[in-house]
Each structure stands twice: as structure tokens, then as C-alpha cells.
Design a protein around this ligand. Structure first.
Ligand code: ATP
Ligand code: MG
Length: 174
């Protein structure tokens, strides 16, 4: 059952800097702490990312993934089918009346690579129930999505150890 008292907005976390996925998971934790119900769909992911394993045990947060695990720059029909399966599941969650917050992690990347049509996400923004907060993350948010959203944060890559050749660190980057 939904509990959000305020009007649900549309949030976007985009840009090249680090912190988009972790910002959305942080938001989920805060909301769950207040007893709100959160649904997270991670696009373009397969295999349990540790943050996914970590939140699986948390009451009020439901997390799912979609993706083939083999996507490399060009979308196959299988990649598209998997992404659309995830999109439909997320859409169902939005209209189910069960969730206050629905997070579509990396949806902007899925749009960029043609896995999910931008129009479908725009329609979701337009038609979502008023009391559901919708959170979209990923690099390359389109102008149209940015225009339709209520809250947009662009993570700017000012500095990252990666630039000095440091690889991704377990527990920090993944
Ligand atoms: P995070 O998951 O840490 O919040 P993110 O969601 O903003 O990062 P993505 O665009 O999804 O970042 O990037 C995928 C991976 O690249 C993650 O492991 C992330 O930590 C890492 N990453 C993000 N930004 C940078 C950057 N500017 N330089 C190097 N690696 C980065
Ligand atoms: Mg991310």
C-alpha cells in the first residue's frame, strides 16, 4: 500500500560523474526508513550487483534486474527483449498501487542504445499516478526527459582516480 503523502515528482540523475546509481539507492534507503515502498529496476544488468544483494534483505525495497549480461555497444534483439521485459515490469509496479517510489536505474543508457524507446518513458512520465515518485538514472538523459522532469541533477566528472589509471574498486565502484 502506498504511503507517500506529498505529490510524486520525476527525478533524473545523469551526467558523466560518479554517483547516479548510488544516489538512487541512497534515496531508496531513506524512503524505506520512513516506511515507503520502493521498486527498483536495474536496466542493462545481469548477475547480482552487490548493492542489489544488500538491499534484497531490506523491508520495503523490491529490486529486480533486466539485461542479457552480454550487451556491448550494439543492441541485439535479445537485449531489446530483455530491456522491454524490465520496462513492462517497472510499468506494472508504477500502476500497481503498491509502490511510492519507482527507480529505473540506467534507463537513460537503455534509451541511448535503442533498447527502450524514449517515447515510452515520456508516456510513463505523463501518465504515472500522481502520488508515485519516478526516478530515472544514467548517462545521456535526453533533452525531452530533462524538460519533462521536476528535479534533474547532473553529476559532473571533476576528478576520478580512474583518470590516474586506478581500476574499479570492489565495494566502491561496483
Ligand atoms: P555509481 O554506481 O558509483 O553511483 P554511476 O551510477 O554514476 O556510479 P555509471 O555511469 O553507472 O556510474 O558507471 C558505471 C561504473 O563506472 C560504476 O562502477 C561507477 O562507479 C563507475 N564510474 C562512474 N563515474 C565514473 C567516472 N567519472 N570515472 C570512472 N568511473 C566511473
Ligand atoms: Mg549507474
Amino acid at each position: 500500500m502506498r504511503k507517500l503523502k506529498a505529490e510524486g515528482k520525476v527525478q533524473v540523475y545523469t551526467g558523466n560523474g560518479k554517483g547516479k546509481t548510488t544516489a538512487s539507492f541512497g534515496l531508496a534507503l531513506r524512503a524505506a526508513g520512513h516506511g515507503l515502498h520502493v521498486f527498483i529496476m536495474q536496466f542493462m544488468n545481469k548477475g547480482d550487483y552487490v548493492e542489489v544483494i544488500a538491499v534484497k534483505g531490506i523491508k520495503n525495497i523490491h529490486v529486480e534486474q533486466c539485461g542479457t549480461g552480454s550487451f556491448i555497444l550494439e543492441a541485439s534483439e535479445k537485449d531489446k527483449r530483455e530491456a522491454m521485459r524490465g520496462f513492462e515490469a517497472a510499468k506494472e509496479a508504477i500502476f500497481s498501487g503498491k509502490y511510492d517510489i519507482v527507480i529505473l536505474d540506467e534507463i537513460c543508457v537503455a534509451i541511448k542504445y535503442g533498447l527502450v524507446p524514449e517515447d515510452y518513458v515520456i508516456d510513463l512520465i505523463k501518465n504515472k499516478p500522481k502520488n508515485v515518485e519516478l526516478v530515472l538514472t544514467g548517462r545521456w538523459a535526453t533533452k525531452n526527459i530533462i524538460m519533462k522532469a521536476d528535479l534533474v541533477t547532473e553529476m559532473v566528472d571533476v576528478k576520478h582516480p580512474y583518470q590516474k589509471g586506478l581500476g574499479a574498486r570492489k565495494g566502491i565502484e561496483y
